[in-house]
Design a protein around this ligand. Structure first.
Ligand SMILES: [Zn+2]
Length: 559
């Protein structure tokens, strides 16, 4: 890349690092979650949500997903934002245990309008921010550090004054916006200056939010910055340290997780990582990462397809096929070895009655987030193998094919998928089985069989061969053997009966039986299956299918 000299490391390492966080290897409890879908998420959409869409999304976030804090917008920024805030309050749509959060700049008329928008709200957080980064100070505001602190302090004072006049005391949040582009000591200085105005108490805690407004560093650098802030902020016991990572370097989830183990208490993010540029941190991923390690995230993603449907409808965005936990393909296994391992893992868990999930290739049980094994996990294409194809037939349609037959059927299905250049649905796999293996009655169709006990077993077989109806008899070691001999001897065929297996196809009293038979002729092995209410008829059907599929009977020669 020829322009590499253009860039340098634009982040700041705190003056001291203790890296205590490195000793923690997982997050042991859910943080306080704050959805910023309706603010950060909305302001980054090509077409922002309408009032109706925002109302529907808000209700979904609090009633279905279970968010207790939702940043609903920037009421002073536009009429729609203002009206949305008023609609929530006036239509009494905010549950008592839910706190709405609104964003404001440190300017008198904006703060005034923000408080007007909140009139009547039971629980609210007023979120004050100003940009503190070197780039913004120099290029945008052209102000000194002291002047930047003055902006924050004067805003903090105004919030204090307006809040005292309001009927309900509101909570406060302060963000040194573009924290990751700010000298960490300066971010600390400005936060402490704001805290000295608000003087947080146990009853009235203050949120200090440390946004990765733009991501500049690796996640451990952010963790060091967060830990430094946690160690040096005044009133730490009465402060909720909050994270707000954006995903410019693809590290928003890692930033949030490392920030949490470095001491933060709260995370602001969005569903599926919607938000400015590369988006905010994906709360679904964060929550399910915790869940997959046995920690209840305190949010409900048990029906992710429903969450995705609503999200795509109101935002007009699409959830990417490989988005962690949510994407259409994230549980899918096409390749034979993966399918085989999953099928065996599932069987092992079922047989052992295993309580802890350890199935290979599946970090969580897809059923826990509303996905299906048959349609979402084992997917059939030309890469697939006998394990997965057999699994589909067994789980969805009840056929437990003998191992060698699975292999044979696997090749048939793969061949078709390869030839057609497409994925095959479970229904299509079942159709192939029915058309090519099951009750396959051309050119030979055995229409009737009687057995006579006379020096062993005699079979009297009525068969339609091509257009002719014939009757044959022969004896054998068993019933199926007798039928095989009758066909073999009278139709000039040479084959041996190799395999015979059967099982009930459905549970219960009216169960049908399925039989599987293989015959060999020289080196060639042919498989057939038969289904019937009567097990003997199912077996004969399987035998006839195997013979027909092998092409052993030449109608011209025998007619
Ligand atoms: Zn943001």
């Amino acid at each position: 890349m020829k322009n590499v000299e253009k860039y340098s490391r634009a982040y700041f390492v705190p003056p001291q690092t203790s890296v205590r966080w490195i000793e923690k290897d997982y997050i042991d409890k859910a943080p306080t979650w704050c959805s910023v879908d309706l603010r950060d998420g909305n302001q980054s959409l090509i077409v922002p949500m309408s009032l109706e869409e925002k109302l529907e999304f808000f209700q979904f976030l609090v009633n279905k997903v279970g968010f207790k804090e939702v940043e609903i917008g920037f009421p002073a920024a536009s009429d729609t934002e203002y009206e949305f805030c008023r609609a929530l309050i006036e239509q009494d749509l905010i549950p008592d245990d839910v706190t709405i959060q609104v964003l404001t700049q440190s300017r008198p008329h904006i703060i005034e309008k923000t408080f007007a928008a909140l009139k009547g709200a039971k629980n609210a957080i007023v979120h004050l921010y100003n940009s503190t980064s070197v780039a913004q100070r120099e290029q945008v505001f052209k102000k000194s550090k002291k002047e930047i602190i003055d902006i924050a302090v004067s805003g903090a004072k105004m919030l204090q004054e307006y809040s005292e006049k309001a009927p309900n005391p509101y909570f406060f949040e302060y963000s040194p916006e573009s924290f990751t582009g700010t000298e960490t000591e300066f971010a600390l200085e400005i936060c402490n200056a704001v805290l000295d105005v608000w003087k947080p108490t146990k009853e009235k805690k203050v949120i200090i939010n440390l946004p990765v407004t733009v991501s500049h560093s690796m996640p451990h650098v952010y963790a060091n910055q967060v830990e430094y802030m946690c160690n040096h902020l005044s009133y730490r016991d009465n402060i909720i340290v909050s994270l707000h990572p954006h995903n410019d370097r693809g590290c928003a989830v890692a930033d949030a997780e490392m920030g949490l183990i470095a001491g933060a208490d709260r995370v602001e993010g969005t569903l599926f990582g919607n938000g400015e540029r590369t988006g905010n941190v994906d709360i679904v991923t964060l929550a399910l990462n915790m869940y997959s390690q046995g920690v209840d995230p305190q949010l409900n993603f048990e029906n992710l397809p429903e969450v995705i449907e609503l999200y795509e409808k109101v935002t007009g965005m699409k959830v990417y096929d490989r988005q962690p936990y949510s994407g259409a393909l994230v549980f899918a296994a096409f390749s034979g070895s993966h399918q085989d391992a999953i099928a065996k893992g599932m069987q092992w868990h079922e047989e052992k009655g295993c309580k802890t999930w350890t199935v290979p290739y599946l970090p969580i049980d897809p059923k826990d987030v509303g996905r299906e094994y048959e349609t979402d996990v084992i997917r059939i294409n030309s890469q697939s193998g006998k394990g997965g194809i057999g699994y589909i037939l067994e789980q969805k349609y009840g056929y437990r094919l003998p191992a060698k037959m699975r292999e044979d059927f696997g090749y048939t299905v793969k061949g078709i998928s390869d030839h057609q250049h497409k994925e095959l649905s479970p229904h299509e796999v079942h159709q192939i089985f029915k058309e090519q293996y099951l009750n396959f009655f051309t050119p030979i169709d055995v229409t009737e069989v009687h057995f006579i006990q006379k020096n062993g077993i005699y079979a009297v077989v009525t068969a339609k061969v091509g257009d002719e109806v014939k009757e044959f008899t022969s004896n054998g070691n068993g019933r199926l053997d007798a039928v095989a001999n009758a066909l073999k001897n009278n139709l000039n065929m040479d084959f041996s009966l190799l395999t015979y297996e059967e099982h009930a196809l459905e549970r219960g009293t009216n169960s049908r039986a399925v039989a599987y038979v293989s015959v060999s002729c020289g080196k060639k092995v042919s498989w057939g299956a038969g289904v019937h209410d009567d097990i003997m008829t199912a077996s004969v059907n399987a035998l006839v299918s195997a013979i027909n599929r092998a092409g052993l009977c030449l109608v011209d020669k025998t007619s």
